[in-house]
Write a protein of this length. Sequence first.
Length: 181
Amino acid sequence: MLARFPAWGLIAILAMTPAAAAAESIAVAASPAVLAFEQFIRASTPVCERRPAADCVDAGWGFADTNRDDRLSLAELTDIRNTLVEWTGWRGESLHRRERAAIAVGILMVDSIGLENLVASYNRDSDGALSRNELLADVTLDERPLGEVLLDEQAVDRAAMAQRLGSLSPMLEGLLTTPQQ
């Protein structure tokens, strides 16, 4: 299951992309950033699918916080965004159509709002970077896997997220619902 959005969406998407997609080999050469991302996906998928949500967030945070200051800067989030786009292209058809669509919608939302605006909407202390508490301001983590938490209307303050997303908030509902079987 692919993680759902807003500002923490890049981290969540990082940590929740299924291992099945990572299992197939790709013939096209990948950049070092894409290979590192691929390795991260392989390592974090079991954590995110089976362990408490906080463990998944920690895994994603550890990958994204490249300068190890325990904050995510606009530059770090931009790097993750760009690597995710490159990785998705590299993965191509080995990703399920729904996964590619969810990633595309997430990137479209980020690009439409602007990462700088998303950071500003969550950055309570105005230091230009996000702490874990700021990033998860609209989410209550518990012992369930992150994907389950993000689909739970009781665990996610969708009204607060919609306010942050502004006119793009209708897109949020599609990302926070369980796919029809």
